[in-house]
Write a protein that binds this ligand. Structure first.
Ligand SMILES: *[C@@H]1O[C@H](CO)[C@@H](O)[C@H](O)[C@H]1NC(C)=O
Ligand SMILES: *[C@@H]1O[C@H](CO)[C@@H](O)[C@H](O)[C@H]1NC(C)=O
Ligand SMILES: *[C@@H]1O[C@H](CO)[C@@H](O)[C@H](O)[C@H]1NC(C)=O
Ligand SMILES: *[C@@H]1O[C@H](CO)[C@@H](O)[C@H](O)[C@H]1NC(C)=O
Ligand SMILES: *[C@@H]1O[C@H](CO)[C@@H](O)[C@H](O)[C@H]1NC(C)=O
Length: 658
């Protein structure tokens, strides 16, 4: 343990500099306030599907967040211990970017309720049912993220919400001073608290600089040393169930903690000014995907880091937290690798793990997933055999309340500005509109018209009061991209650090960006391969039948679904035969929803043959066999965007057809 005095003044802030005078190290890019960026086209439809689905209806019926539960919640997960906090963080941006008055009033009421029930010490509740349980800080972190978004959207709220937040920071600080308020979850997720404290420091310091810096130091001192976890010598290189974790907190190798913890060294850097911490976040990111990564963009952790085998699971919370962390790390560090991966996760791993209507979600998704059912034996060492069922709350409720942040935060981080606010950067390619005012009162409107990632072309119309530099991210996989401005000739894109700069004049500018990808192969374990084309990963979509396992009594649309394969899936493919096909919708409009079987307008065909490929349990698949023999004649199979598949083969054995 540490002595409180030793941490009152943060280390490494420069000799002779008074604590209250330190500047946070600048971010490379700034996010725009919530509400300035909206989805359009198919992405608007996707957000509509989400708020018409489970995410938008939880407040009406789901025990953990229904209003009836607020008054003295009846469960461990209630309220600000986890459920209410996660839900609030996700639903605030859903409500605002979709202009949904019902959701906005639910989140406003929830926030009002929390502050109205703040106790005399400053602790924010409502309290959990078990009042003898010690108070832990971490469940409040996502609540603070929700408040930050509310205030960014409507700065008039600051007068009301900032004073109670400071009462809370005061009590948190004295708890940390006397060595209370934390347990292993608080100790792994401390970076999120630092980010909230830094937001206060930059936007509403109100004379509390010393309190904020002291609290940042204390939570970090009591927390896990993520910079050590991300050292190559300690980082787990295989599935972790048989490894001994060298840290005294085994939750360091927990998937969601790591997804959140990736931000921690970078967040710490901002107040310590220690540059090595940027390298630490960046290295943690690289090691995580090198040793546990998936072609769908995400990593595997069926509770704990799970290696490369295609049958192991990825928790939905890993998906949405990694997207959010990648967006944050891009803004602090500026490396385009973060943006490339966030886009890949959003368009592949996220939609793959929910039904098309977004009423049912998995806890764990698999790269090769030949059934979604209660499995025997259980392929996941720590999670239950029910974890890959699509349902209301398979295995654990957390992803029910946490998944709603995925799509809206992808939207709110899709554009950023340079720190001087003079330039706007289009980061995540897709259909969006932006209305904002840049430096010197330059009012700018941007509309991106595209069905990307279901096409290779984006048409952007910009209206600006004054000239400025506009940037668009060119993904790392682009080799033959072109750009044409105001009807001019197509020119090769020329990105610098992933961004192509365009001088935009006052008035209207039209930009046509074309990013035609090649089909690429990724090597996977046992000599297997995964197929990509640009932002999309392609998989064999196994046809399925469906059994309703349970139905919620209050909300009949909230069902648990078992999916079983109704066709053979034991295919090897010949990679030399992969052929891309595009069937753009004649109406210009994609089906709604788009992420379900047979719906996306893009496919890849492959010559394939059936092979011997067994099951390792009742319904989960063995590793792909190496150098398999065909047991049937070559045939052609169709691969679909991974996000539209619910049962699939995403990593194939290979054979030569000629
Ligand atoms: C912003 O918050 C103020 C204060 O609560 C409220 O009066 C106003 O209606 C809010 N504006 C919007 C656009 O929500
Ligand atoms: C620690 O501080 C908190 C907040 O001031 C207080 O409620 C709690 O009783 C203190 N605990 C101990 C063990 O001193
Ligand atoms: C862990 O040990 C068990 C029991 O020996 C073994 O079956 C399993 O394959 C091991 N897992 C890994 C990832 O090495
Ligand atoms: C800076 O950060 C690195 C990596 O996180 C760490 O090893 C080093 O001790 C830090 N330096 C100081 C002065 O705190
Ligand atoms: C689904 O398909 C499996 C395999 O063909 C079959 O055993 C099962 O009876 C089917 N279930 C339903 C509900 O049709």
């Amino acid at each position: 343990m540490i002595t409180p005095l030793a941490v009152l003044v943060p280390l490494a802030i420069g000799s002779g500099v008074l604590a209250q005078n330190i500047q946070l190290a600048p971010k490379q890019y700034h996010n725009l306030p919530l509400g300035k960026i909206k989805p359009s086209g198919w992405l608007y439809d996707q957000l509509t599907v989400q708020i018409n689905g489970l995410a938008g209806h939880e407040h009406d019926f789901y025990d953990y967040v229904a209003q009836s539960d607020w008054l003295g919640g009846d469960s461990y997960y209630s309220d600000l211990e986890e459920a209410g906090s996660y839900w609030f963080n996700g639903l605030v941006p859903n409500g605002v970017i979709m202009d949904d008055a019902t959701i906005m009033s639910q989140t406003q009421q929830f926030m009002d309720f929390v502050f109205a029930n703040q106790d005399s010490t400053g602790w924010i509740g409502p309290e959990v049912f078990d009042l003898s349980k010690p108070r832990y800080l971490w469940g409040r972190y996502p609540f603070l993220f929700g408040v930050m978004q509310m205030v960014e959207y409507n700065s008039s709220l600051a007068d009301v919400v900032i004073p109670p937040i400071y009462k809370f920071v005061n009590v948190a600080n004295s708890m940390l001073q006397n060595g209370t308020g934390f347990e292993p979850w608080t100790q792994t997720r401390w970076g999120d608290f630092v980010i909230a404290l830094e937001w206060l420091y930059e936007n509403y310091p109100n004379g509390n600089e010393d309190l904020l810096l002291s609290t940042m130091s204390l939570i970090q001192e009591h927390g896990v040393a993520w910079d050590e976890v991300f050292e190559d010598q300690y980082f787990p290189k295989t599935a972790t169930e048989n490894l001994t974790n060298p840290f005294n907190n085994v939750l360091t190798w927990h998937g969601v903690n790591m997804a959140e913890g990736l931000k921690a060294p970078a967040a710490s850097y901002r107040y310590t000014h220690n540059q090595s911490q940027l390298d630490s976040s960046s290295q943690g990111w690289d090691l995580l995907f090198q040793y546990h990564g998936r072609p769908s963009g995400i990593f595997a952790a069926d509770e704990y880091l799970a290696g490369l085998q295609a049958v192991r699971g990825t928790e939905l919370c890993d998906v949405v937290e990694t997207m959010f962390s990648g967006s944050y790390l891009y803004q602090v560090i500026g490396d385009p690798k973060f943006a490339d991966r966030v886009e890949r996760i959003a368009y592949n791993a996220l939609p793959a793990t929910l039904t098309g209507t977004m009423w049912s979600r998995q806890y764990l998704q698999q790269q090769n997933q030949v059934a979604a059912m209660n499995m025997t034996p259980d392929p996941f060492p720590t999670d239950t055999s029910y974890s890959n069922v699509f349902g209301l709350q398979p295995n654990h409720p957390c992803c029910t309340v946490n998944h709603p942040q995925g799509w809206p935060k992808f939207v709110t981080n899709a554009f950023v500005t340079t720190p001087d606010q003079a330039s706007l950067i289009h980061l995540y390619l897709g259909p969006f509109s932006v209305a904002t005012t840049l430096a010197n009162g330059n009012a700018v409107n941007v509309a991106v018209d595209t069905i990307y990632p279901f096409s290779d072309t984006l048409t952007t119309t910009i209206r600006a009061d004054a000239a400025f530099t506009y940037y668009v991210r060119i993904p790392s996989w682009v080799s033959k991209g072109t750009i044409a401005i105001n009807g001019g000739a197509e020119e090769a894109v020329a990105p610098s650090n992933g961004l192509h700069a365009i001088s935009v004049g006052a008035g209207t500018t039209t930009i046509i960006l074309n990013v035609p990808p090649e089909i690429t192969l990724e090597s996977r374990p046992e000599g297997s391969v995964a197929v990509h084309r640009g932002p999309l990963h392609y998989a064999f979509d196994i046809s399925r039948n469906q059994t309703v396992l349970t139905q919620n009594a209050q909300q009949p649309l909230a069902v648990d679904l078992q999916f079983l394969a109704t066709e053979a899936w034991q295919y090897a493919i010949d990679p030399s035969t992969l052929t891309f096909h595009s069937n753009p919708p004649s109406s210009g409009t994609l089906p709604s929803p788009i992420f379900d079987s047979g719906l996306p307008p893009l496919t890849i065909t492959a010559t394939a043959c059936l092979i011997e490929w067994g099951l390792a349990g009742s319904e989960f698949v063995d590793s792909p066999p190496e150098n398999p023999e065909c047991t049937g004649a070559p045939t052609e199979i169709t691969l679909w965007p991974f996000g539209a598949t619910k049962l699939r083969i995403g990593e194939f054995p290979v054979f030569k057809s000629t």
